[in-house]
Design a protein around this ligand. Structure first.
Ligand code: URA
Length: 217
């Protein structure tokens, strides 16, 4: 088993809210249908969206309530961007967008070259003015960490204001790898599982997230 680097662990926000943990347990169960897996992921993603956006900047504006004037807060700056790592990241989008409906969405597709084992980009589409935006990268599973690290390396070319990583599940290997490549990127997750197996699956995990979301098993 790979030990979790304590410095890397300090970069992880473990979302241990009872509702999050309850829904995650239901999703892990191999008997969960595609329909309920997708619905739970949707619900969980919206709950996690509250945590990952907790420190969003706000500004004060003057408004009139029906009774008097007041100074009240609104979200400041350009709309944030959720970047989905294809394809499983798309399963998180509906939930996070239900909480932040004005957010923009980017997509990145990577595959692993069988000869070099390096991630190769096959799709990249982002909103305009990325240098003025905060990014939250979404992918249900932070497993080896290689795709996440490659995705973030690519996104940094756009010079965004900040990057966070939101996943459902991760493991020591994924956290250590992402920290080594991108120590500035904080991870938000509902669980840190025991380990990766030889096929790159998280144990105990929940299986192949993409297959379970899209019913392609
Ligand atoms: N991707 C998945 O879908 N599941 C894992 O366990 C690891 C990577």
């Amino acid at each position: 088993m790979t030990p979790l680097n304590p410095a890397a662990r300090a970069n992880v926000h473990l979302i241990d809210h009872p509702l999050v943990q309850h829904k995650l347990t239901l999703m892990r169960n191999k008997e969960a249908s595609t329909n309920s897996f997708r619905r739970l992921l949707n619900e969980l993603s919206s709950l996690m969206a509250y945590e990952v956006t907790r420190d969003m900047a706000t500004q004060d504006i003057e408004i009139d309530t029906p009774l008097e004037k007041m100074t009240a807060k609104v979200i400041d700056g350009k709309k944030l961007v959720f970047v989905s790592i294809l394809r499983a990241g798309n399963g998180i989008l509906d939930g996070v967008l239900s909480v932040v409906p004005g957010a923009r969405v980017g997509h990145i597709g990577l595959y692993r070259d069988p000869a070099t084992l390096q991630p190769v980009e096959y799709y990249f589409k982002m909103p305009k003015a990325m240098e003025e935006r905060d990014i939250i990268v979404v992918d249900p599973m932070l497993a080896t960490g290689n795709s996440a690290a490659a995705c973030i390396t690519r996104l940094k070319v756009c010079k965004p204001k900040s990057i966070k990583f939101l996943c459902l599940l991760t493991c020591p290997e994924g956290i250590n790898t992402l920290y080594k490549e991108h120590p500035d990127v904080e991870i938000y997750t509902a669980a840190i599982d025991r380990e990766l197996n030889d096929h790159g699956y998280i144990l105990p995990g929940l299986g192949d997230a993409g297959d379970r979301i899209f019913g392609t098993q």
